[in-house]
Design a protein around this ligand. Structure first.
Ligand SMILES: [Zn+2]
Length: 291
């Protein structure tokens, strides 16, 4: 589990390519394109996807995973983290793709869904993708190799089972799915969804719960625990393919309720997103390093 960074990255690429994904390494490390004194906590906006070339898979629109190598050494040297931003920006216009049934670890379910949005039509897909980029920048600066399950917000999917397989194939140390909930507008707060035991994930149920509780502890400094999901911010789930099919420690965070005006105001705010990313990165670091 303590392979070198380069070996881990190489393995990730090899496995994903073998699995049929076309991977594009970062063409440019972000810090090499900026002046050295302007290292900032503000990550690239969604336009930063220009750092990656996109690819075409199923029906010419399916997203592919992207692997980014560390920008600095740090406490996460040698670690690989999978960030899985939920949904995708073009899911809504490709129902025939996202409605196809895929294995979910207990039966079958739809490849993906469109996700929710705020009253201002700020979509869960762009929220999760933006937040993932902010978290990635922090992790890269702390030595981690980071795999995003989708490299842009303008395509479709990948399917939920593929999102799990990306993490498994990369032999990542931990994986986190990023979402926003679409609950009743009166409900507010965040929840971390942790895997119930399946035929696949048995070896990582306990460590996933440990990671989930670490994430709750960190994230509640930027958002209260949910008033309607789970108990003290944690909910055990057996219906999510990404958790049923994982072989690495993995949880899903609903960062807030996008249908709640108060939560939505935070989730649309770049400064809050930066604070949220810091807390997520902190939780990942604590989980992977023991503090
Ligand atoms: Zn979602």
């Amino acid at each position: 589990m303590h392979r070198s960074k380069s070996a881990v990255a190489l393995l990730a690429v090899i496995f994903l390519v073998k699995a049929g994904y076309v991977i594009h390494q970062r063409q440019t490390r972000p810090t090499t394109t900026t002046t050295s004194s302007t290292t900032t906590s503000t990550p690239p906006s969604s336009t930063s996807t220009s750092l990656f070339t996109t690819t075409t898979l199923l029906s010419g629109t399916m997203a592919s995973a992207v692997v980014a190598t560390p920008t600095h050494t740090g406490p996460l040297d040698g670690k690989t983290v999978v960030l899985d931003p939920g949904h995708n920006g073009a899911n809504w216009s490709h129902p025939s793709i996202i409605n196809q049934l895929v294995p979910d670890g207990r039966g079958q379910k739809a490849c993906d869904t469109t996700g929710t949005a705020t009253n201002d039509n700020y979509s869960e897909a762009i929220f999760s993708f933006t937040l993932a980029q902010r978290v990635r920048e922090i992790l890269l600066a702390n030595g981690a190799t980071v795999v995003l399950t989708r490299g842009n917000n303008a395509s479709v999917g990948p399917c939920v089972n593929t999102r799990a397989e990306i993490g498994n194939s990369a032999h990542a140390d931990v994986a986190l799915s990023l979402h926003g909930d679409g609950g009743s507008s009166s409900g507010h707060g965040f929840a971390v969804l942790v895997p119930a035991r399946s035929t696949t994930n048995g070896a990582v149920v306990a460590t996933s719960l440990q990671f989930g509780q670490t994430l709750v502890n960190s994230f509640q400094s930027v958002m209260p625990v949910s008033s309607y999901l789970g108990v003290q911010g944690v909910q055990l789930r057996s219906d999510l393919a990404g958790l049923n099919l994982t072989r690495i420690p993995k949880v899903l965070i609903e960062c807030g309720n996008m249908r709640n005006v108060g939560d939505a105001g935070l989730m649309m705010d770049g400064a809050w997103q930066n604070r949220a990313a810091q807390q997520i990165a902190q939780a990942i670091t604590i989980f992977l390093t023991g503090g």
